[in-house]
Ligand binder design. Sequence first.
Ligand SMILES: *[C@@H]1O[C@H](CO)[C@@H](O)[C@H](O)[C@H]1NC(C)=O
Ligand SMILES: *[C@@H]1O[C@H](CO)[C@@H](O)[C@H](O)[C@H]1NC(C)=O
Ligand SMILES: *[C@@H]1O[C@H](CO)[C@@H](O)[C@H](O)[C@H]1NC(C)=O
Ligand SMILES: *[C@@H]1O[C@H](CO)[C@@H](O)[C@H](O)[C@H]1NC(C)=O
Length: 369
Amino acid sequence: MALFLSLCLVIFFSLCNGSASAPIKTLYLDGLLPNGDFEESPAKSNLKKTVIIGRYSLPKWEINGLVEYVSGGPQPGGFFFAIPRGVHAVRLGNEASISQNLTVNPGSTYSLTFGATRTCAQDEVLRVSVPGQSANLSIQTLYSSDGGDTYAWAFKAASKVVKVTFHNPGTQEDPTCGPLLDAIAIKEMLPIQYTKGNLVKNGGFETGPHVFKNFSTGVLLPPKQLDLISPLPGWIIESLKPVKYIDNKHFFVPSGHAAIELVAGRESAIAQIIRTVPSKFYNLTFTIGDAKNACHGSMVVEAFAAKETLKAPYVSQGKGGFKTASFKFQAISTRTRITFFSAYYHTRLHDYGHICGPVLDNVRVFPAH
Ligand SMILES: *[C@@H]1O[C@H](CO)[C@@H](O)[C@H](O)[C@H]1NC(C)=O
Ligand SMILES: *[C@@H]1O[C@H](CO)[C@@H](O)[C@H](O)[C@H]1NC(C)=O
Ligand SMILES: *[C@@H]1O[C@H](CO)[C@@H](O)[C@H](O)[C@H]1NC(C)=O
Ligand SMILES: *[C@@H]1O[C@H](CO)[C@@H](O)[C@H](O)[C@H]1NC(C)=O
């Protein structure tokens, strides 16, 4: 009787919980933040030349410190601001910031995608944060020749409203230096599922950060993010430099909507830890190619699993193409790390300042016989 009662209670409560929690999740974000492209201007009376006067003068945003509202093209003082995504942007002066309150689903992971460009020769840092989580991103402009590098950073929402802040922690002597932000978007990262016959999660890189529709130079995924809270769910970006997320609208990708370009040679690796059965054999297959972005040369992707290594070669004409590589490995533990990196550095044809690399897609691991 007691058992029957407690069973009833369990059923009752799970029903109760089910009906109470189901309707909460109504909001799904995937697009620009309110005035995320800064095309809604401050009133003329709140601008002193380019400097925004008043904490709430930039529509939908709160600002702190010296924030400039700039338009693309030649600037007073001989600067030239390239604003690839739209006409307007904001520049964060020394220790300045902009922030916005976002309504989100508590417990969900969100990825922010933002276009950031440095304005002076020295490296600039952009700190992006929500309460309790932050990252310092070094803004280098190495990966796109037109000054339009795009970055992604993920956070886990701890409350219904989170305050997202972009901050320039720098204290440069020249106050006209500081990162330029020209578009900011957000995307909720839905939980990823395994696909049948593949032990690798998100092996085709189909789940990733928001990609700007009008303009894309790919999205740089900075290293040292946790794989649980990542703009590329399932994957770990190791080492010092980013990898680039590329979409099929702006690049050639071997299959599906997206792939990864290994842009930083041996300074960056992408890895995942998968579940395996010790002493069993597995087949790891993946595709290597080029993004049709004039990245040319003899490329090699090195892949590692358990005690095995494969150096997969690919000769790129920079015109888009791919091939499949595979190897067998024997698991030595219940967890196996699979890792990929580009053995070499590459640059674009006729554009040696622009670093690029081989494309990785369709990573699969399945039991081998
Ligand atoms: C965000 O919320 C905080 C706390 O409620 C408030 O002080 C701040 O002014 C809000 N910012 C904007 C841009 O609305
Ligand atoms: C894309 O273009 C449309 C129409 O020109 C514009 O309304 C929108 O703001 C643009 N989006 C971005 C991210 O620049
Ligand atoms: C970012 O840099 C500041 C110092 O400028 C440091 O206090 C902070 O902990 C750093 N944050 C991260 C996430 O590394
Ligand atoms: C791995 O599996 C693929 C697809 O079934 C096959 O073409 C390839 O030869 C296998 N590789 C090895 C090393 O067994």
